[in-house]
Design a protein around this ligand. Structure first.
Ligand code: UDP
Length: 344
């Protein structure tokens, strides 16, 4: 019999990529999403139930109707400034709703969970690379609400048969190379999205937040990870739990950093379009450099990323954004890769 997986937030950016891969791997999938930021169009496999994790009646009904073997929990609010302005909503939507989900898992005997966490639980790490034993000191309500979910899951696992894989994501970008999935969000604020919008003339240019960091070119360095590789990490984590292995917290990134200037340069080269770049002050709370150590996730899950290439991340983002506007992305040249990924 096929294994049945519940994916909360499966109509969102990362969840939808994971759902597609679960379908390709032969899993039965039920997606539970309130579609506040996600979209039904992004669900390429499985059954979508539009519902909110705050609605325990509906959630229990879903658990009663299906016998899930595992839960992948993506549904969350994830905008840092919004979390500062509306902390109660963040603790409700992230922390309390994770508690709701764990209650259902507990009552219905589901004892495997994969949880989407974030590098924001580390706050402003002073040393690089960031490992799983780097102290967790989140600096905003978003990071704290996610860390409190981790504590919930860990404490409940200690008291029960639950086993978990918590994946702490670094900077996620890119889109499905087949062109069907990508980030739907209207108000893109992350660097690669903003730079692509600038190249596509949807905004006049881009601002660099800080050029006086102690980095080689003065701009901040981040570890950018292609969403397809992140999705694969979830399938690897699922197989790992299915083998009966012990719970894990794992950082998810390539272990390689790029500066803001380097990213902007690649967007210009790949799009073939120049755009204005304005140097401004640092954003409050932005660390100079955040790079993960990718050792543990590779060792523990046997994770083998295929899209570890900044040019491919930029190319797939640009292609997705162009398709959103009905343009065919043949004016941008696909980058030549050292390892060619398989496009499903
Ligand atoms: N950044 C920038 N201009 C932008 C957006 C981002 O200079 O329009 C910088 C930001 O200050 C940070 C890096 O790019 O140093 C990555 O930012 P992003 O918001 O993508 O991710 P974060 O690491 O902050 O979660």
């Amino acid at each position: 019999m096929k294994k049945k997986i519940l994916v909360t937030g499966g109509a969102g950016y990362i969840g939808s990529h994971v759902v597609r891969q679960l379908g390709a791997a032969g899993y039965d999938v039920v997606i539970y999403d309130n579609c506040s930021t996600g979209s039904a169009q992004a669900v390429l496999h499985g059954d979508l139930i539009i519902g909110d994790l705050a609605d325990l009646d509906t959630l229990y009904r879903v658990f009663f109707q299906h016998q899930f073997t595992a839960v992948l929990h993506f549904a969350a609010s994830l905008n840092v400034p919004e979390s500062v302005a509306h902390p109660l909503e963040y603790y409700a939507n992230n922390t309390r709703n994770t508690l709701n989900l764990l209650r259902c898992c507990s009552d219905m005997g589901v004892n495997q969970i994969i949880f989407s966490s974030t590098a924001a639980v580390y706050g402003q790490p002073v040393t690089n690379p960031v490992t799983e034993s780097t102290p967790t000191e989140p600096i905003n309500p978003y990071g704290r609400s996610k860390l409190s979910c981790e504590w919930l899951i860990r404490d409940y696992a200690t008291a029960s048969s639950l086993r978990y894989v918590i994946l702490r994501y670094f900077n996620i970008a890119g889109a499905e190379p087949g062109g069907r999935l990508g980030q739907m969000s209207k108000n893109v604020s992350h660097l690669i999205g903003v730079a692509c919008n600038a190249a596509l003339k949807r905004q006049p240019g881009i601002r660099i937040f800080g050029t006086d960091f102690p980095t080689p070119d003065g701009t901040a360095i981040r570890d950018y990870l292609h969403v397809e590789d992140l999705a694969t990490a979830h399938l690897d984590a699922l197989r790992y739990l299915e083998q009966g292995q012990e719970s894990q917290i794992l950082n998810c990134g390539y272990g390689q950093g790029y500066s803001v200037r380097q990213v902007i340069e690649r967007v210009k080269v790949i799009s073939g379009i120049d755009f204005p770049v304005i140097e401004t002050d640092r954003r409050p709370g932005d660390p100079a450099c955040v790079i993960t150590s990718a050792d543990r996730i590779r060792q523990v899950l046997g994770w083998k990323p295929k899209y570890n290439d900044l040019d491919l991340i930029v190319y797939t983002t640009l292609a997705w954004e162009m398709r959103q506007k009905g343009a065919i992305p043949n004016s941008i040249a696909q980058p030549k890769l050292t390892t060619q990924p398989k496009v499903a």
